[in-house]
Write a protein that binds this ligand. Structure first.
Ligand code: URA
Length: 196
């Protein structure tokens, strides 16, 4: 089963390697297709690669990624075993600017293919850009985080803060972004553990 996913995902990755659907293909060093492991339980969708991700071709390997690993580890999730990680964009926007609508549209087919192949039971939407790609709302991430939404293929989706936001907000006090993230990831673990 795992091999069937891997083969299909590899086909999509090969397409991304050749992709020139938007101008980011001219400035990328590497495409950043996915990290973690293909699995049917847990997927995290971030925004777009930054400098370090572009250099290495792996999502969430910079400071924000290191914090993400710590957050996952707090509840016993490991990137090497439990989670598939990808982004709304596979190429880095210059100077880490927000993805443009045409870039998101050009890349959407790849993201949809990743979701369709894996059909994960839980999808974590990490930050505003990922949330806006799946939930049609004017509400900000602060109002949406920690809530469950119906996702594609009967999945449950939860918006969570982006770790780079947490890096800018250091407090761990009750009600702070870090504290809220801790509540959210514990809830994700609880629901994950209830799944067969
Ligand atoms: N931020 C993201 O949203 N994705 C990455 O891969 C790295 C930083």
């Amino acid at each position: 089963m795992q091999d069937a996913f891997s083969e299909k995902l590899e086909q999509v990755r090969q397409e991304c390697l050749r992709c020139d659907r938007c101008s980011l293909c001219k400035t990328r060093t590497n495409i950043v297709f996915s990290g973690g492991v293909p699995n049917q339980k847990l997927m995290l969708i971030g925004e777009a690669p930054g400098y370090y991700e572009d250099q290495r071709g792996i999502p969430f390997v910079g400071k924000a990624g290191q914090l993400l690993d710590k957050i996952l580890d707090c509840v016993g999730f490991s990137r090497d075993r439990d989670i598939y990680i990808c982004n709304t964009l596979k190429c880095r926007p210059p100077e880490n600017r927000d993805p443009l609508p045409e870039e998101k549209a050009a890349c959407r087919e790849y993201l949809d293919a990743q979701v369709e192949i894996l059909k994960p039971r839980i999808i974590l939407l990490c930050g505003r850009v990922a949330v806006n790609s799946f939930i049609d709302t004017k509400l900000g991430i602060t109002k949406l985080r920690g809530k469950w939404f119906e996702g594609p293929y009967y999945s449950k989706m939860m918006p969570i803060f982006h770790p780079s936001y947490l890096l800018r907000n250091d407090s761990r006090e009750k009600g702070s972004p870090k504290w809220l993230m801790w509540q959210d990831i514990k809830e994700v673990r609880r629901v994950y553990d209830q799944m067969d």
